[in-house]
Design a protein around this ligand. Sequence first.
Ligand SMILES: Cc1cc2nc3c(=O)[nH]c(=O)nc-3n(C[C@H](O)[C@H](O)[C@H](O)COP(=O)(O)O)c2cc1C
Length: 415
Amino acid sequence: MRGIDRQRGIYLRGVSGSKPRVPTDATKLEERADGQMSPEAFAYIAGGAGSGATMRANRAAFERRRILPRMLRDVSERDTSVELFGRRLASPFLLAPIGVSEMADPGADVAVARAAATEGVPMVISSQASKPMEEIAEALGDTPRWFQLYWSTEDELVASFAARAEACGCEAIVITLDTTLLGWRTHDLDLAYLPFLRGKGIAQYTSDPVFNRLVAEHGKGPAGGGGPADAAKPKPTPAAIATLLALRRAKVSRAQVQRFINIYSRPSLTWEHLAFLRERTKLPILLKGICDPADAQRAIDLGMDGIVVSNHGGRQVDGAVATLDALPGVVAAVEGRIPVLMDSGIRTGADMFKALALGATAVLLGRPWVYGLAIAGEAGVREVIQNFDADFDLTLGLSGCTSISEVDPSRLVAS
Ligand SMILES: Cc1cc2nc3c(=O)[nH]c(=O)nc-3n(C[C@H](O)[C@H](O)[C@H](O)COP(=O)(O)O)c2cc1C
């Protein structure tokens, strides 16, 4: 079984004196990744909104629930698989969409895709990826991939992203709703660092024909175009010159960066807009960022196919509800009609067990895979996946369960 094999492998290698370079402990994993990245990169990845209250709440919600193990139930054979949109996943998790992974490793999303493919774990490709979705899809081979969409102010670009996603084999589109404005991210603000302004994490845009046409058309308009990014022409300091050189190395123009900043997200987005995408794709559409049961009901009314209960890992609303606390209400409202996934704060196999017990069909693994990427590139992501999977498999068995269907609310108690 996977859990036992992973565990034995680590102990056996220890006999020859070798220890895992990617820590199995979630806190140490983050600490080691910190040592591998620039302060700006670590702040961007690890940081949250405001005082960090939502990130703490996410973890506290897992701590407040405890697993009630049952004994003597023959757990020698365990089946961790689940069915999701017609696919059987070996284990109920996918890699969460995480942008700007080039800050952790130059191989970025392609390295992550290779790791996902080797481990057979589906990947959700980010709108803010560091590589074009077509390159990521190629590295994924036959491994399932979904595309995560940030809804631009330009509908034409939304349609182009969706069409490209379909063409490169994405099996679902995840619209992220909680980031129509960027949260007040104190770690990044204090370092005055936003990766997109340096041309990082905008590869989906710079590789898009509609986006590049919009850039060209904008250049022909009145000088500067008057958008917010145009107003902030950098002073010619050494730092500004270094940024310009970095843009040149990345083959990204200032015009592309400016256009991106002005159009990547649409604060005026409403429920009415969803019909635009619903009419244009046959792919399942999931809404990411839902925490309110009334929103979940509305998603179903509008023909959405799935929900991701998420608070963006505490990066958006400081003081937002923990996703594990929001999950039961959403699950109750959905009444099994569509799958409910969740993320934010999931670090261990026990966390995944608790999320499934409260009704999640599957979870998205977030920051831990980025930390693995920072520590050891593609191999590091593989190790994080293997550890998470093994931990879950063992937790399942040790809790007296042999399949996901046995993981229900009766397996949890409040601490
Ligand atoms: C550095 C970073 C970048 C992210 N980029 C995206 C993104 O491009 N699209 C998206 O929908 N969510 C994005 N997220 C949110 C994740 O998909 C996920 O909701 C979150 O990481 C879950 O929280 P956790 O990492 O604490 O478990 C990002 C999160 C982080 C940490």
